[in-house]
Every structure is written in structure tokens, then in C-alpha cells.
Ligand binder design. Structure first.
Ligand code: MLT
Length: 278
């Protein structure tokens, strides 16, 4: 792990490998360790996996907005001297951040991978639910968030329950939720509730986009990504069977293979055959 100093905070980041830069942005309220199953990708690309502002080892300041988290990504790339456009991949909240990077800093993005996420803003009901949850977490602590989230994160079908890694996964997710600072959780819930609708801005995104969703995602169900597919100019859609809201953790082999195939396509399209899978 290394730290990169930003003007107003310090971000922890795990960077490994060489070649095409691939940034992995975690969901709320997790940290870089949710991407552990993607470690093998570092054999093929330059993997950059931060703890976003306020989370994991980047605790200290709290996130103010999704746009701020997107600007942090670019400042991080600058700090790591990554000048070529990066592939930006984000899950759920990380997906919202990736969308904002593509709109705010288009020259820095070579392709997008949006995972278990959506383009639309919160409904008024969803905003109210976030405010209520934030108040509960402020009162009783992270346990309230773990109780609210854990039952909804993983797929629940018999096929999914047969996954031998399931118990470990649930324990890992629980650990991450309970170690997120309360101030980060409440600030991030407010930032999530305030995020703008990205449907129209995303129509201008001209880079290739891989959309991935768990077939059993109950938080951002497959129709969110199906709607997104109609917005982008160059979309590919992968619906992962027996996966829920945490598809890259639930089936890392399928996820990693899809990402690598996509990156090879992106590299080949640019006439650059050396950056992935040398
Ligand atoms: C996440 O996994 O990042 C959250 O579920 C995002 C959200 O609540 O919209």
C-alpha cells in the first residue's frame, strides 16, 4: 500500500502490475479489499485500487459529493504519474464515481466498466430512506448499516447459496461495513442522495463501456444496466448468473475473464496489442 497526498487529504492506494491502467473503485461503504478477487488482473494490466476518501486507510476526511470523489481519482492518477487515459471500473457507488470521472475528465478515460450500478439519480423515497438510515447510524453505529445491507448484498438463489465462498464473503462484507467510520457513512449517504441523474450526460461518453450486473442484484437490478445499455454509444452488457449486488466478489473468475476480454478488445481497437495480456 502507498499513500498519495492530495491538496486536502491523503489517499491510500494499492497499485501493482504494468501496462494499461485499470482503476477499481469500491462501493459504499467498503474499501479496496472488496476487489481482492481481482488481484490476478495485475498480471495483465496496471491495477490501481484506492480506498476512496473517508474509507479504509483513507479515513480522515469525509466525502462531500460524488463529483469530489471523481476529482480525487484524477488527482490520484496524477500523483501516480499515470498520464495515459485509464480504464475506470466502479461498483455501485464506485460506478457513480466512474460516471462522473468520464463526464468531468473525459481525456483521462479510455474505457468504463460499470458494475452493479445505475445512471439514474435517487427517487425522493430513496433519498428519504438514506436520510433515515444516516440518522440511525449516527445514533446506534455501523451495526445498523450492517443489518440493513448484509441481507441484500449477495444473491439468494439455491445456486448462489451453493457458493462455498459465501460465508467468508458475508463475513468480509460485514467487517468492512463495521470498520467504516460513522462520519464517513453519514457523509457518503448524503452524497449518494444528492448525486445528479447521469442519463443525459452519459450519452456524450464515446469510449467503450462494459456493463456488468448480477442477475440477482436486488439493489441495482439488471434492468438498471439494461436501461444504461440504451444510453451508451459503445456498450457491452454482461448479466452474471447466481450473483447479486457484489458480482466481482461472488464470481471473480467470470468477472475477471469478462474484464480481460473487454480490455483486449479496447487495446486491439486502438491498434495497441502490447498493453494487455503480453
Ligand atoms: C453501493 O453498493 O455502493 C451502494 O449500494 C450504492 C447505493 O446505495 O446507491
Amino acid at each position: 500500500m502507498q499513500h498519495v497526498q492530495l491538496p486536502d487529504t491523503r489517499l491510500a492506494v494499492h497499485a501493482r502490475g504494468s501496462g494499461m491502467p485499470l482503476v477499481l473503485l469500491h462501493g459504499f461503504p467498503f474499501d479496496h479489499s472488496m476487489w481482492r478477487g481481482q488481484d490476478p488482473l495485475a498480471d495483465e494490466v496496471r491495477l490501481i485500487v484506492p480506498d476512496q476518501r473517508g474509507f479504509g486507510a483513507s479515513a480522515g476526511t469525509t466525502p462531500e459529493s460524488i463529483a469530489q470523489l471523481a476529482d480525487d481519482v484524477v488527482a490520484l492518477l496524477d500523483g501516480l504519474h499515470v498520464t495515459e487515459p485509464a480504464v475506470v471500473c466502479g461498483l455501485s457507488m464506485g460506478g457513480y464515481v466512474a460516471e462522473h470521472v468520464a463526464v468531468r475528465h473525459p481525456a483521462r478515460v479510455r474505457a468504463l466498466v460499470l458494475v452493479d450500478t445505475k445512471l439514474e439519480a435517487d427517487t425522493p423515497e430513496a433519498r428519504a430512506a438514506r436520510a433515515k438510515l444516516a440518522a440511525t447510524v449516527a445514533r446506534v453505529g455501523q451495526e445498523a448499516l450492517a443489518e440493513a445491507m448484509i441481507p441484500n448484498l449477495l444473491a439468494r438463489s439455491d445456486a448462489a447459496r451453493a457458493n462455498p465462498a459465501r460465508t467468508t464473503l458475508e463475513a468480509e462484507l460485514d467487517r468492512m461495513i463495521r470498520s467504516a467510520p460513522v462520519a464517513t457513512i453519514t457523509a457518503a449517504l448524503a452524497a449518494l442522495a444528492a448525486r445528479p441523474d447521469m442519463v443525459e450526460p452519459m450519452r456524450a461518453v464515446a469510449v467503450p463501456v462494459l456493463l456488468v450486473v448480477g442477475a440477482e442484484d436486488s439493489i441495482t437490478p439488471p434492468d438498471c444496466m439494461e436501461r444504461a445499455e440504451r444510453v451508451f454509444q459503445q456498450p457491452r452488457l454482461l448479466v452474471m448468473p447466481a450473483c447479486g449486488h457484489m458480482a466481482p466478489l461472488e464470481d471473480p473468475a467470470t468477472f475477471n475473464a469478462a474484464v480481460l476480454a473487454f480490455l483486449r478488445e479496447v487495446a486491439a481497437h486502438a491498434g495497441d496489442r502490447t498493453v494487455v495480456g503480453r
